[in-house]
Design a protein around this ligand. Sequence first.
Ligand code: 5GP
Ligand code: MN
Length: 327
Amino acid sequence: MRSRDSFKRAAQLLCEAESLLIVPHLHPDGDALGSALGLYHALKQMGKPVVEVVSHDSVPEIYRFLPDWQAIHLEHPHQTTYDLAVVVDQSQLSRAGKHEPLVRAARRILQIDHHMPLEQFADVRIVDTEAAATAELVYRLLRSMRVRMTPEVATCLLTGIVTDTFSFKFPNTTPRTLRIAAALQQAGADLSYISEQVFETRSFSAVKLLGLALSTLQRTSDGKIAWITIPRRAFEESHAHEEETEGIVNFVRSVRGVELAMMLRESPKGKIRVSLRSRGKVNVALLAQQFGGGGHENAAGCTLETSLAEAEMILVREAQRWMESST
Ligand code: 5GP
Ligand code: MN
């Protein structure tokens, strides 16, 4: 389907639906939350009788400045069959976590995403891997519907863009990204306030955890792969939350000479969550896919059901193989 057609069909679905469910992904980040809430505000403004946002995980503290973040519920809301489920920022429906059945039960599913496509689960898809953030696509969709950009909508969408471009520093930032960001700023989003909230405000515990995490830094002898591990006891010692690891992997990636950075953290259920980041040509989405995960060329993730030490061994070995085959 041509992109113009999918925007048209998506707009039609949004206009026709009376009850809507919006679903960000597991461990939601600024783009998933900003896209979901931006859409929520826009649909409310359009006068939709039922608009609900459900998330598998709670809203991380750093995103609790987003207008109406409390509208994001963790538990099953009242309605069980929605006219339309809008799944944002995810390429696999399993990323909806416990809300996957609720999405499947909806009369129609709309997917808005910018990850490498993995699965066809939606009736209508707006999927563009060239978009820096899903929020960019939500912006374009709302514009095509001539929805008014209120300061609330603009704040949510700009947060998505700021998060996924790492403040316009990552190579996914395009002239279009900047034009959309400028329009959102014009519409009332405060860029410096958003950046301050997302990147420059951390809890005491989170900074303690950062220290513990970075003290485990290692790299391969050629210096191209570097990684850190975060065992359970680091969370206990620092009193930090799971979600407060967001962004730590960027320090690993910043080491001179590193082309592939990894962060392995032990989750409470004994699973190992892995964050992968790369510089240049190394495609980490494909590497993550080998372990049932996914993502973007330069930022991806997966989960391993092993011990931390075992996951470390497996991933370093696979990452080395991967580097050799991609260079
Ligand atoms: P993070 O390392 O920040 O958790 O994730 C990096 C990127 O990869 C994000 O865009 C995220 O949505 C995606 N991602 C992380 N884990 C998974 C996974 O298990 N499956 C898929 N499909 N994508 C993932
Ligand atoms: Mn995203």
